[in-house]
Design a binder for this molecule. Structure first.
Ligand SMILES: NC(=O)C1=CN([C@@H]2O[C@H](COP(=O)(O)OP(=O)(O)OC[C@H]3O[C@@H](n4cnc5c(N)ncnc54)[C@H](O)[C@@H]3O)[C@@H](O)[C@H]2O)C=CC1
Ligand SMILES: NCC(=O)COP(=O)(O)O
Length: 323
């Protein structure tokens, strides 16, 4: 198979070390191509500079293939350096180009420190999700986090909580539901996806006594989409839709804002969760965690989520190739 491109992420975080460990565990199984400055990899990493994806596919069983960029300076674990910011952004761009041009099967991004990119390079996006949508020229994309026990989707993503109600429009919620359902069918092999939709307010608004968005917007939209054949439950109380028996009734939970979606999944399975962007013209996954500055460079980082993200990218690519 073609390699999975891995963008380096924040060099002062755990991204380089979990990519190196993931290569050790996956070599011989999934070819990789790491994009970044090789000085930022752990010292003992067995890596090899390559000129592109086909060379990466050949060497990946014996060394971590690296498409090298010079970021100008080594990294100090835990201390992001603003001079690295442009290199971090360029590595993501390289990954997108490799995947869009058909050289790599998918892109798996290591975590970035958003503030460092904003301060160091004027990065205009709150995260990969929005940046990748911009690079792909796509209006609407969806963030989904998935583990064995749960899939969650935040309808609004990287927003201050105070801005959520105004940004939560029927158009956005409808697009989120449609993109999620299409992806569950296409990439996750679920023929008739069941979606559970959270309310915004406590007790899903308690019949309008604790907020009006459910009655005014969410319920009418869901009714209209049910008439079209969508299998939708809700709006549901967010506090009671994530226990095991409730999870068994749906394939993905559509939530109204970031923490409503991410707290349950990171609580249930922090090490196995994968962040996947739906609605892009290419495959992108990522570990569910961030840069973990406190443990960077200490050999303590758990590579499980990165490995799960690479495996999911490879599985999605395989599924698309065989259809
Ligand atoms: N996809 C991305 O680029 C993401 C980037 N971030 C960024 O990461 C930075 C730090 O965010 P935080 O909220 O502190 O979350 P974090 O996930 O970096 O850390 C939260 C806690 O989990 C631990 N942890 C995280 N990953 C671990 C691993 N693989 N093994 C062992 N322990 C691990 C950390 O040591 C810390 O105690 C922020 O700048 C945030 O924006 C956060 C999430 C995703
Ligand atoms: N909390 C999830 C997160 O911040 C990941 O964002 P993105 O960089 O994948 O858009």
């Amino acid at each position: 198979m073609k390699p999975i491109a891995i963008s380096c992420g924040e060099p002062a975080g755990i991204g380089p070390e979990i990519a190196a460990t993931a290569w050790k565990r996956l070599r011989g199984e999934i070819p990789l191509l790491w994009l970044g400055d090789p000085r930022h990899l752990p010292e003992k990493t067995r890596w090899q500079a390559v000129s592109g994806a086909s060379e990466a596919a050949r060497v990946s069983a014996t060394a971590l293939p690296v498409l090298a960029r010079d970021f100008g300076a080594p990294a100090v674990p835990g201390r992001p350096d603003p001079t690295h910011a442009q290199g971090v952004i360029d590595a993501i761009r390289d990954g997108v180009d490799l995947v869009r041009d058909g050289h790599c099967a998918a892109l798996c991004t290591a975590p970035i420190h958003k503030a460092a990119l904003i301060d160091g390079a004027g990065f205009a996006h709150p995260g990969h999700t929005e940046f990748l949508a911009d690079l792909a020229g796509v209006e609407e994309v969806v963030m989904m986090l998935a583990c064995t026990a749960l899939r969650v989707v935040p309808t609004t993503i990287h927003l201050p909580l105070s801005e959520v109600p105004a940004r939560l429009t029927p158009e956005l919620l409808e697009a989120t539901i449609r993109i999620t359902r299409d992806a569950l069918i296409r990439d996750f092999g679920i023929a008739a996806p069941r979606l559970a939709i959270a309310g915004l307010n406590p007790h899903a608004g308690e019949d309008g006594k604790m907020g009006g968005e459910e009655i005014a917007m969410i319920s009418p939209l869901l009714d209209g989409m049910r008439a079209e054949g969508f299998d939708l439950a809700g709006p549901l109380s967010a506090d009671t839709m994530f226990h095991a028996a409730a999870r068994a009734t749906y394939d993905a939970a559509i939530c109204m804002y970031h923490d409503q979606a991410l707290i349950p999944i990171k609580t249930i399975d922090f090490s196995g969760g994968v962040n996947v962007t739906l609605g892009l013209p290419f495959i992108r996954t990522s570990p569910d965690h961030g840069t973990a500055f406190g443990i960077a460079g200490k050999g303590l980082a758990d590579p499980s989520s990165m490995i799960a993200a690479i495996r999911m990218a490879a599985d999605m690519a395989q599924a698309r190739a065989t259809r």
